[in-house]
Design a binder for this molecule. Structure first.
Ligand SMILES: Nc1ncnc2c1ncn2[C@@H]1O[C@H](COP(=O)(O)OP(=O)(O)OP(=O)(O)O)[C@@H](O)[C@H]1O
Ligand SMILES: O=P(O)(O)OC[C@H]1O[C@H](OP(=O)(O)OP(=O)(O)O)[C@H](O)[C@@H]1O
Ligand SMILES: [Mg+2]
Length: 281
């Protein structure tokens, strides 16, 4: 039985469960459940704090897990990223009172509040900066106003929490994070892991692409398929109407409208876009 760690709460929990459902796995019905067995698929899901997931996977107690790249790096666990899952995106940044700090070197000798002691400690050490890292559990943005820190290092998604606290980011982003599938570093691939990973990869493809169908005159088909090359190759089928063909191809979702405009300009008609529910590429 494949043992998979899933965030039990926090920013990644809902999206992770949703992705697993779309991949055809059973998920817990009650948000208090600690474990869910999916015997049909040979997987057991363990709902754990996202910060702890890399530890279980690194120790080999669990085969794989979903967590944030920032949490994985912060943990220092013996686990590695396997695939980016395309949700939970954020950056990890330094911030300070507006106008007070402009570069990472300005942190020398200051107090920096963060929940990510590992990442911040390594980042400063690599740059030869000595600062006092104050470890807090959350609501880090309040720490400067409340007098326990001079700067913070925290997750920034929309930036609205920083604005509320009259803080601004400075320096380069420390890292870009998102949800990732992790496995033990240098471990043997667990039984059944290839199928599990393929299912998640397929959800990502189904979310990233749409199916596009259109009719086009034969003399324009070469130009049209240049716009819609698909992943392997587009399907071109004859139409009853003389001199026309039907084309079917996967296109990136975020480019679909622009491609439709260009196809229309080439004379394509009956251009239809549909969602892909599931796939194996
Ligand atoms: N807006 C966000 N706020 C916090 N974490 C986010 C956000 N967007 C993405 N993440 C990611 O979620 C993970 C943090 O999850 P975690 O559950 O520890 O924090 P949380 O959502 O702040 O939960 P809590 O504070 O309730 O424990 C990190 O990988 C982080 O990059
Ligand atoms: O850039 P934003 O969109 O504002 O999101 C980032 C904020 O959200 C998270 O806090 P959360 O609400 O999880 O509270 P916490 O600090 O107590 O964990 C994170 O720690 C930041 O504070
Ligand atoms: Mg939080």
């Amino acid at each position: 039985m494949l043992k998979i760690a899933v965030p039990n709460k926090g920013a990644l929990a809902e999206a992770a469960a949703q992705m697993l459902l779309e991949a055809g796995y059973r998920q817990r019905r009650n948000s208090k459940d600690l474990v869910t067995l999916d015997p049909d698929n040979g997987v057991e899901f363990f709902y754990l704090r996202p910060r702890d997931i890399a530890i279980y996977v690194g120790e080999g107690t669990l085969d794989a897990g979903i967590t944030g790249r920032d949490l994985l790096l912060d943990s220092g666990a013996h686990a590695a990223e396997n695939v980016e899952l395309g949700f939970g995106a954020s950056t990890f940044r330094f911030a300070g009172p507006i106008g007070a700090l402009s570069k990472v070197e300005d942190l020398q000798g200051l107090r920096i509040a963060t929940s990510y002691e590992g990442i911040v400690g390594n980042y400063l050490a690599e740059r030869g900066i000595t600062a006092d890292v104050v470890r807090l559990d959350g609501a880090v943005e309040s720490s400067i106003r409340l007098g326990v820190a001079d700067a913070i290092a925290d997750v920034v998604e929309t930036g609205s929490t920083l604005r509320q606290a009259d803080l601004e980011v400075f320096g380069e982003p420390i890292l870009s994070s998102q949800a990732v599938l992790i496995t033990q570093q240098d471990g043997v691939e667990p039984d059944g892991f290839a199928v599990f990973k393929r299912r998640l990869d397929s959800v990502i493809v189904a979310r990233t692409y749409v199916m596009m169908d259109y009719d086009i005159r034969v003399d324009q088909v070469e130009r049209a398929v240049e716009l819609t090359p698909g992943i392997e190759s587009p399907t071109v089928s004859p139409l009853h109407r003389e001199g026309w063909v039907a084309v079917r191809s996967m296109v990136p979702r975020d480019a679909a409208q622009k491609i439709m405009d260009e196809l229309f300009r080439l004379g394509a008609r009956g251009i239809l876009v549909t969602d892909i529910l599931a796939c194996r590429i």
